[in-house]
Design a binder for this molecule. Structure first.
Ligand code: SAH
Ligand code: SF4
Ligand code: F3S
Length: 449
């Protein structure tokens, strides 16, 4: 184990949503301030941290699989293992009891204590003791407003503007893992946006579990996003994840008319059946959701809509599912994340309802909806054929370094041949779309077409 003169090396892996990615940037910042050094190489690490997600069972299983791998590493050398994030919070009893290999557990509001917890665990290990570090209390105030995240992307910078969730959708674990809603001071957010622009970032994504519920004194989300979008040097502003209940007209107008706010809204639907929406505690009906979509598209018909849907929630009948299917057919989202319902411990649904849709039926429904959505996504993307699309360059395509990758204003992935289009990350290029798939637009230099 390291002495005080050699810094401890930390390997951090992140699972889950963008908020977790962002929190990992906060963790890196807090730990670096304390003298820790980060490494990509797990084999070299003195400390391995996992920032975990608890949203569905497979996210949960992934963490257990990872932990069992770490067990082997820990047998070979001194190693401090820390579990951070939503699973640390939700499963504190289970993790400390059944996983003796975990030395530190820190929930999403406890990262300021992390360097101290890790140093204590390292010292305890050196002394042959087995003292666990546990910090899982949720806070009503913590927004990490004064912690500058250790960002490494270069094009897109996230800013969490609010944390937590008070909605208690009956299926969802987030209100338990991340606690109550709290918003960050707008002045600090705007100052950070200026610093981000000065560092050369081109896009800002405002984050929050219910980002559009943002409220600080007389600031609401519409006012905040407009102020961020006005920061010179920032080409694009996005936000995620909003809740359909918080889209007053000024916010819709800001999205529709501000030149740097992307023409894209993720609008989680969950179900098209009023009965199921009611038992999910989503606070809107099928009709209200459709009215919101109409309002959005009347203001601006080119706004790209995406959604989240859960199939097989407690009590979902064939008829309920058909309502979801028909609504997806009618709205024609550009894309959708479709999930099988996964019961989470302690949620309202786990306590109140029975998880009574069989695994086979859940799979059938997900498959049907997925097939429908894939066709719709194909059709919607085909609408871009022979048009010129402004693309913010992010880097190389995943499949090949000979191809560049970026995003359209509507957040659709665009790919092109680097030999024909010269660009670097952060550039805005105009590309003529010559081919499309359900997930991707393929572009070339407009003069070629
Ligand atoms: N706060 C955001 C995101 C929540 S998690 C929102 O309200 O939109 C992202 C998505 O995961 C949700 O929209 C929902 O579709 C899905 N999800 C959440 N809990 C789930 C569960 N128990 N089973 C299956 N999907 C779930
Ligand atoms: Fe979960 Fe609902 Fe809160 Fe989203 S709004 S995080 S789905 S409880
Ligand atoms: Fe997962 Fe927590 Fe995000 S449960 S989806 S990491 S808020």
């Amino acid at each position: 184990m390291k002495t005080t003169s050699t810094p401890a090396h930390v390997h951090l892996e992140t699972f889950g949503c963008q908020m977790n990615e962002y929190d990992s940037e906060l963790v890196r910042s807090l730990m670096k301030q304390d003298g820790f050094v980060f490494t990509e190489d797990r084999e070299r690490a003195d400390v391995i941290l996992m920032n975990t997600c608890a949203i569905r069972e497979n996210a949960h299983n992934k963490v257990y699989l990872h932990l069992s791998e770490l067990k082997k590493l820990k047998r070979q050398r001194p190693l401090v293992v820390g579990v951070l994030g939503c699973m640390a919070q939700n499963l504190k009893e289970e993790l400390t009891d059944i996983q003796p290999l975990v030395d530190v557990l820190a929930g999403p509001d406890a990262y300021r204590q992390l360097p101290m917890l890790i140093r204590t665990a390292m010292r305890s290990q050196e002394e042959g003791l087995d003292q666990k570090g546990l910090a899982v209390d949720l806070s009503e105030y913590e927004t990490y407003h004064d912690v500058e995240p250790d960002r490494n992307d270069g094009v897109n910078a996230w800013i969490a503007v609010m944390r937590g969730c008070d909605n208690f959708c009956s299926f969802c674990v987030v209100p338990y893992t991340r606690g109550r809603e709290r918003s960050r001071d707008p002045q600090g957010i705007i100052q950070e946006a200026h610093r981000i622009a000065a560092q050369g970032f081109k896009q800002i994504t405002l984050l929050g579990q219910n980002v559009n519920s943002y409220r600080f004194d007389d600031w609401d989300f519409a006012r905040l996003i407009t102020a961020v979008a006005d920061v010179p040097g920032i080409l694009r502003v996005r936000f995620t994840s909003p809740h359909p209940k918080d889209f007053p007209l000024p916010l819709l107008e800001a999205v529709a008319s501000h030149p740097t706010i992307c023409k894209q809204i993720h609008l989680p639907l969950q179900s098209g059946s009023d009965r199921i929406l009611g038992s999910m505690n989503r606070t809107y009906t099928n009709r209200e959701y459709r009215a919101l979509v109409d309002r959005i598209l009347t203001l601006r018909s080119d706004i790209v809509l995406s959604t989240d849907i859960i199939c097989g929630f407690c009590g979902e009948s064939d008829a309920d599912f058909e309502e979801t299917y028909r609504l997806v057919e009618e709205i024609r989202f550009h894309s959708a994340f479709i999930f099988k319902y996964s019961e989470r411990k302690n949620t309202i649904a786990a306590r109140k309802y029975s998880d009574d849709v069989t695994a086979t039926v859940k799979t059938e429904r997900v498959t049907r909806l997925f097939d429908l959505q894939r066709n719709i996504s194909c059709e919607r993307n085909r609408e871009y054929l022979k048009t010129t699309v402004p693309v913010l360059v992010e880097g190389d395509a995943k499949r090949s370094a000979a191809q560049g990758m970026g995003k359209s204003d509507g957040n659709i992935t665009v790919i092109w041949d680097k030999s024909a289009v010269s660009s670097k990350p952060g550039d805005m290029v105009s590309l003529a779309i010559y081919d499309t798939s359900s997930t991707t637009l393929y572009g070339e230099s407009p003069q070629l077409s």
